[in-house]
Ligand binder design. Structure first.
Ligand SMILES: *[C@@H]1O[C@H](CO)[C@@H](O)[C@H](O)[C@H]1NC(C)=O
Ligand SMILES: *[C@@H]1O[C@H](CO)[C@@H](O)[C@H](O)[C@H]1NC(C)=O
Ligand SMILES: *[C@@H]1O[C@H](CO)[C@@H](O)[C@H](O)[C@H]1NC(C)=O
Ligand SMILES: *[C@@H]1O[C@H](CO)[C@@H](O)[C@H](O)[C@H]1NC(C)=O
Ligand SMILES: [Ca+2]
Length: 427
């Protein structure tokens, strides 16, 4: 309570300061002014009241299924075990499985820790969460297959859902982590995992573990780079000690992407990797392209028609013993370039460029792996080239001066110079 009062006071101070700042800025009218002060103080009240209720990033409650049920875990010899899993609502044949447990001749794979859940035919688990309406969230979860050939999971936060295909095994460990993003349409939400399968053996079904959620923020567009989130630093939740990266399955909706700004426009996934377990060219995160041209990331960037641009990017290896050669097809507008990674003992990546002239106000940039690579240690886990730090900039620093000479470009150039000076004055 005291904290809420304090933050309210703090907010009032902030909104007062905002009002003072705006007053010093001659371009704002006074009606504008009071409106912004009122809005910001209201927002602060809402924020400070709700800060305690909304979900923070991380594991859902008992999202790793390691909390002991009332009667104990089945593998600890719990006898009259009512089928309950703390903090989860169950429907249908849901079972806690333990690492090392056998089914038929096969050992069940628990992605993390000692326990996970298995969803039988049509079975479902769900948990209620408080979300901020309108915000974009990404759910990460680990899953492995059991006996069914075609396994998939319906992940939903009603009214939205997506069926994620677990058919392709990307890693030889037998499990993978996936991410799915959605926009919260209401505060009281329900995270639901359903096995839509209808197998002959009703106990065949996927095993799920480590369910986490993260509120995504859209990074601000850098001033001189048309690419949003080109360094891939904003993306889905990753466990600090999860070593397989996160698979980003097909997602054609730019608005609800686990990788803000980007879409995965192919029918196979790409892998989001971190610097704790992989070689990453810049910062803490990057994208590893998998499955040749079946794994494509792309973005529509804002460009000025007829202007020359240079797209630059880092191309490297992930340090995961991926079999060479590594290469990408890099697309920028009507240009496509096949760029091979040249192994270099001193660096895990190199920088590459593609020049193009914009034809429209939106230009597509895209990347896929030229080869279908696997790791040389297990010969079956999928891997590939790493891309990072993607930038699209107007080429040549003298560009503005040259276009001054063109009679047709004069007006545009002048406004540009004015804008540029306004920008310099900001500092
Ligand atoms: C996924 O499950 C939700 C309910 O949790 C349902 O509304 C939706 O239709 C299902 N989607 C598919 C593709 O089966
Ligand atoms: C990963 O980290 C979590 C929390 O720090 C811990 O509970 C878990 O046992 C760790 N898992 C592994 C495989 O080290
Ligand atoms: C690596 O760095 C050393 C010392 O700076 C240099 O002599 C060598 O040529 C470099 N190797 C490559 C492959 O660039
Ligand atoms: C791209 O254009 C720049 C000048 O804007 C030039 O220096 C560079 O060589 C060009 N690169 C390629 C690959 O054509
Ligand atoms: Ca990065």
């Amino acid at each position: 309570m005291a904290l809420t009062k304090f933050s309210l006071l703090f907010c009032l101070v902030i909104s007062h300061l905002l009002a003072v700042f705006a007053a010093e800025d001659g371009t704002h009218s006074s009606s504008h002014l009071s409106a912004s002060a009122v809005i910001s103080s209201n927002m602060c009240v809402i924020l400070s009241v709700n800060a305690y209720r909304f979900w923070k990033s991380g594991l859902l409650i008992n999202g790793d299924f390691e909390t002991t049920p009332p009667g104990g875990f089945p593998d600890d010899g719990a006898t009259d075990n009512p089928n309950t899993i703390p903090s989860w609502k169950l429907g249908g044949m849901v079972e806690l499985v333990a690492s090392g447990q056998k089914q038929g001749g096969m050992i069940l794979i628990v992605p993390e820790g000692r326990h996970a859940v298995r969803l039988g035919n049509d079975a479902q688990i769900s948990q209620e969460v408080k979300l901020e309406k309108g915000e974009i969230y990404s759910i990460s979860f680990s899953a492995s297959r059991t006996c069914a050939q075609l396994e998939s999971l319906n992940v939903s936060v009603p009214p939205v859902s997506q069926t994620i295909d677990l058919q392709t095994l990307y890693s030889v460990q037998g499990w993978d982590t996936y991410a799915w993003a959605f926009q919260a349409v209401q505060e009281d939400a329900n995270v639901v995992f359903t096995n839509p399968g209808m197998e002959d053996d009703p106990t065949c079904g996927p095993i799920i573990d480590d369910i986490a959620i993260k509120k995504l923020f859209v990074p601000t567009k850098p001033k001189d780079n048309a690419v949003l989130n080109g360094d891939f630093e904003e993306g889905p939740w990753m466990f600090r000690n999860a070593s397989l990266g996160v698979l980003l399955p097909t997602n054609l909706d730019e608005e609800t992407s686990s990788l803000p700004g980007w879409i995965v426009e192919s029918n196979r996934a790409v892998r989001y990797i971190d610097s704790y377990h992989f070689s990453v060219p810049g910062g803490k995160r990057a994208v590893e392209l998998l499955s040749g041209k079946e794994g494509i990331i792309s973005q529509m960037v804002t460009t000025t028609p007829n202007k020359p641009y240079t797209m630059s990017f880092s191309l490297g290896h992930a340090g995961d013993t991926c079999k060479q050669p590594l290469a990408v097809m890099a697309f920028a507008g009507d240009q496509a370039e096949n760029v091979h990674y040249t192994p270099n003992a001193n660096s895990t990546f190199q920088t590459a460029h593609v020049n193009f002239t914009a034809k429209a106000e939106k230009t597509r940039v895209a990347f896929y792996s030229v080869y279908y690579n696997t790791r040389s240690d297990d010969m079956s886990s999928l891997c590939g080239p790493v891309v990072d730090d993607i930038q699209v900039v107007v080429s040549g620093s003298g560009g503005v001066g040259f276009s001054c000479l063109r009679s047709d470009g004069k007006l545009e150039t002048l406004t540009q110079i004015v804008k540029e000076e306004a920008r310099l004055l900001e500092f």
